[in-house]
Design a protein around this ligand. Structure first.
Ligand code: ZN
Length: 174
């Protein structure tokens, strides 16, 4: 198990803003990179991680689904989206920062596995949101660029204490 250091916007914004290059060689080195990214993601408690977040400017994303399944996406491309969702989003590179971001509800990606085999996957809600968030990392885009509102951890806590419904939720106050 090897953990990589997750770059933070505060100190490493220049790296995080760079565009990642496609993966062209599917060798042992790529497999080690993907395994390290999975270890790092699991250790972080996050949902998704893109290679530029650990300082490697290659188009690689790993995602952990709610049931523990790991998705490995090499050279992912979003090929279709449907619907819309608005909700809170965070990022391992911006700890303690949350934003209200509008994303498609359902997202289809075309990607390669670690051996270069092409596949497509369609996911909704959290993982659909994650597909877009992680793919944007590969182009140097951060969720704060997309957020209609930014909240600090304190503001988030305060909002929860006040019992306000989450932004974007359909709930009405009783
Ligand atoms: Zn992120």
């Amino acid at each position: 198990m090897a953990l990589r250091t997750i770059l933070k916007k505060d100190t490493d914004e220049e790296s995080l803003r760079k565009k990642s290059r496609p993966v062209t060689v599917f060798d042992k080195r790529l497999h080690t990179m993907i395994d390290d990214m999975i270890d790092t993601l699991k250790d972080s408690g996050g949902v998704g991680l893109a290679a530029p977040q650990v300082g490697t400017l290659r188009r690689i994303v790993v995602i952990e689904k709610e049931d523990g399944t790991i998705l490995e996406l090499v050279n992912p491309e979003i090929i279709a989206t449907a619907g819309e969702q608005e909700g809170l989003e965070g990022c391992l590179s911006l700890p303690g920062v949350w934003g209200v971001v509008k994303r498609p509800m359902t997202v289809t990606v075309k990607a390669m596995d670690r051996n270069g085999n092409v596949y497509t996957d369609t996911e909704s809600e959290l993982i659909g949101r994650c597909f877009v968030h992680e793919c944007e990392h590969l182009d140097g885009i951060l969720f704060v660029d997309r957020a209609s509102k930014i909240l600090t951890e304190e503001e988030l806590q305060q909002m929860e204490e006040e019992g306000e419904p989450e932004p974007g939720s359909e709930e009405e106050e009783a």
